[in-house]
Write a protein that binds this ligand. Structure first.
Ligand code: NAD
Ligand code: TYD
Length: 357
């Protein structure tokens, strides 16, 4: 990021992490810049996530442009029009299960879209070095771990789902633009996020919503797959640290150092929702239903994030107990948000793919 007064192009800002990141930015005392949110508004994009930001900063420090990151003309025009000096690329198709049912959109947005953004940045920025292209990626590019190892920045890429393969390809392109064209880039590979505005097709919000409707809680396979969970705000603070101090051409791993098997996590969530809804502690656990495993289901993800801690002084600020409490509280306090999501395309997809199994 060129300075605290930078003009950022945030792609996918209407999604889960992107909208949290925009909220985070506007809360930072040392950020005086402007945000241009470019989002195609797919099923996962919800401008309602940013209605408060729109109200407070719309037309002055916040601008929304509905656009596809694969649209070279439009993206170049946005980079030029707003004199963008920093790109933060969140836009992606992000759900592994959807990538298994239909990988095409993943190839298009995650690979062609990232390529298009890189081309637009290269065209408009030329040889400038006072700019930054930050690419937000996932630890899933590293593949699946055994019981004890951790992903490091130099772990070889071994993606196993169409989603992770498309993210891996996009990471390689970003890196290639650094070495070949000297485009100033940084990449972050983060573990599973959770928190407010999480689209309810992913494990944590899906379970919370199903509990509220007393529907089955579908746990894939034996429930012993392990994920490393990070509260979304901690991901945002890590990205902000990279924008300010990250070294060009570098990759930073970000994680929660917080591993849980899926079944442990679902049990915890059941207890938390029961506590908030004044139900007996075990009340929702009867809804837990083991279902067929996801094809190619990665067994374990775990991040070593020593590099970003040591180099940039970042660390997680939110404990898992606090994060889960804040997340469940947020979903219980926002029935309207849930209802709006449910009445959209999401509903049809969910019915087709989950409820008929
Ligand atoms: P999300 O699915 O909630 O949001 C994606 C956003 O991108 C949506 O607003 C959508 O409308 C937009 N989008 C999709 N295709 C687009 C296109 N062609 N042009 C413009 N906008 C488009 O995803 P998320 O969970 O917020 O993830 C954001 C990024 O973080 C992704 O790149 C993902 O790979 C990465 N990531 C996510 C996690 C996680 O746990 N969710 C972890 C690590 C990394
Ligand atoms: P998910 O939230 O889809 O994230 P990712 O696949 O990117 O890690 O899934 C998290 C874990 O939960 C993963 O091991 C798959 C599992 N899972 C279930 O057991 N049931 C579900 O309904 C979903 C959506 C996921």
């Amino acid at each position: 990021m060129a300075s605290s007064a930078s003009t950022l192009l945030v792609t996918g800002g209407a999604g889960f992490i992107g909208s949290n990141f925009i909220h985070y930015l506007f809360k930072q005392a040392d950020f005086t810049g402007t945000v241009i949110n470019v989002d195609k508004l797919t099923y996962a994009g919800n401008p309602e996530n940013l209605s408060d930001i729109e109200k407070e900063h719309g037309g002055t420090r916040y601008f929304f442009e509905k656009a596809d990151i694969c649209d070279h003309e439009k993206i170049s025009a946005v980079v030029e029009k707003y004199s963008i000096d920093t790109v933060v690329n969140f836009a992606a198709e992000s759900h592994v299960d959807r990538s298994i049912f239909g990988p095409k959109e993943f190839i298009q947005t995650n690979i062609v879209g990232t390529f298009t953004l890189l081309e637009a940045a290269k065209k408009v920025w030329g040889a400038r070095q006072d700019v930054l292209f930050h690419h937000v990626s996932t630890d899933e590019v590293y593949g699946s771990l055994g019981e004890t190892d951790f992903f490091h920045e130099n772990t070889p890429y071994a993606p196993r789902s169409p989603y992770s393969a498309s993210k891996a390809a996009s990471d390689h392109l970003v890196s290639a633009y650094f070495y070949t064209y000297h485009l100033p880039v940084t990449i972050s590979n983060c573990s599973n996020n959770y928190g407010p505005f999480h689209f309810p097709e992913k494990l944590i919000p899906l379970m919370i919503l199903n509990m509220l409707e007393e529907k089955p809680l579908p746990v894939y396979g034996d429930g012993k797959n392990v994920r490393d969970w990070l509260f979304v705000e901690d991901h945002c603070s890590a990205i902000y640290a990279i924008l300010k101090k990250g070294r060009h051409g570098e990759t930073y791993n970000i994680g929660g150092e917080n591993e849980w098997t899926n079944i442990e996590l679902v049990n915890l969530l059941c207890e938390k929702v029961a506590e908030k809804n004044n139900k007996p502690r075990e009340y929702y656990k009867k809804l837990i239903t083991f279902v067929n495993d996801r094809p190619g289901h990665d067994r374990r993800y775990a991040i070593n994030c020593d590099k970003i801690k040591n180099e940039l002084g970042w660390k997680q600020a939110v404990t898992f107990a606090e994060g889960l409490d804040r997340t469940v509280t947020w979903y219980l306090a926002n029935p309207e948000w849930i209802e709006h999501i449910k009445s959209g395309e999401y509903r049809t997809w969910l019915e087709k793919n989950y409820e008929t199994r």
